[in-house]
Design a protein around this ligand. Structure first.
Ligand code: KIV
Length: 279
């Protein structure tokens, strides 16, 4: 049995840190699951790292369902959370519920959506039909990209007060955890100490209850943006390019394929074939 939202909430109660990583495809999601990561997040960052968009705004429900299905085939142990993409939940509560339902049918255990107090009513409605919700406050790429761009949130007293209010109202609305993106670490600490559900930080310091990273940042596979908050555990893109260069050389020099990579006919059959075609 895989982890449930209750298991994730319990980790905070037991003062254990929560590991979250984004996943979008079967192969890498299998490895994340095998590594014991608590939560696989099918983030709408898929639009950037998997589809090459400039930001997350063009991502569609169909795309999120496809990524969610692939990850759900891979996961055995982790909790699976999927993002509602831009404009799949903002226009009406009906949209929010039916699109959350689509992600659950695609294999998600819970959905995540961006927004503070303004989303409280929508969140309550989704939770009321039985779908667990993760909130997402601080930097909200679906909307801040349209106005301000990537900026640290909660650097002034007033903006910090608003974030704390958002977090409390999301908890009251029924979210089981809240992602805090690029929130000053002092405010992330206050929020984490104030609410009883887990906070999952990205660029929000060490005092959050858990951390999330984009998998391709961690593996060193996505070079377009290199956020200060991301830790690279390897430089996989260098290894991949080197392997492909070696492959190209092997093909050009006929080093690949070697005998161990091909298949042979039976000698007798080959003899008969040669006789028939006259060679
Ligand atoms: O889409 C995503 O990857 C996310 C994380 C950055 C939290 O929402």
């Amino acid at each position: 049995m895989h982890k449930t939202v209750q298991d994730i909430i319990k980790l905070k109660k037991e003062k254990k840190k929560i590991s979250v990583i984004t996943s979008y495809d079967y192969t890498l999601a299998s490895l994340c699951d095998k590594a014991g990561i608590d939560v696989l997040l099918v983030g709408d960052s898929a639009g950037m790292v998997m589809l090459g968009y400039e930001n997350t705004i063009p991502v569609t429900m169909d795309q999120m369902c496809m990524f969610t299905e692939a990850v759900s085939r891979a996961r055995k142990n982790s909790l699976l959370v999927s993002d509602l993409p831009f404009m799949s939940y903002q226009a009406s509560i009906e949209d929010a519920i039916s699109n959350s339902g689509r992600l659950i049918k695609a294999g998600a255990d819970a959905i995540k959506l961006e927004g503070g107090s303004v989303m409280a009513e929508t969140i309550s409605a989704i939770v009321d039909v039985g779908i667990p919700v993760m909130g997402h406050i601080g930097l909200q790429p679906q909307t801040t990209m349209l106005s301000e761009g990537y900026k640290v949130q909660g650097k002034t007293k007033d903006s910090a007060m608003l974030l704390i209010k958002d977090a409390k109202e999301l908890e009251e609305a029924g979210v089981f955890s809240i992602a805090l993106e690029m929130v000053s670490h002092e405010v992330a600490k206050i929020i984490s100490e104030t609410i009883s559900i887990p906070t999952i930080g990205i660029g929000s310091g060490v005092n959050c209850d858990g951390q999330v990273l984009v998998l391709q940042d961690l593996l060193g596979m996505y070079d377009k943006i290199k956020p200060k908050f991301a830790k690279r555990y390897m430089n996989l893109s260098e290894d991949i390019v080197k392997s492909l260069e070696d492959y190209k050389k092997d093909v050009e020099s006929s080093v690949f394929p070697a005998e161990k990579n091909w298949f042979s006919m039976d000698d007798e059959e080959l003899k008969k074939l040669r006789e028939q075609i006259g060679s």
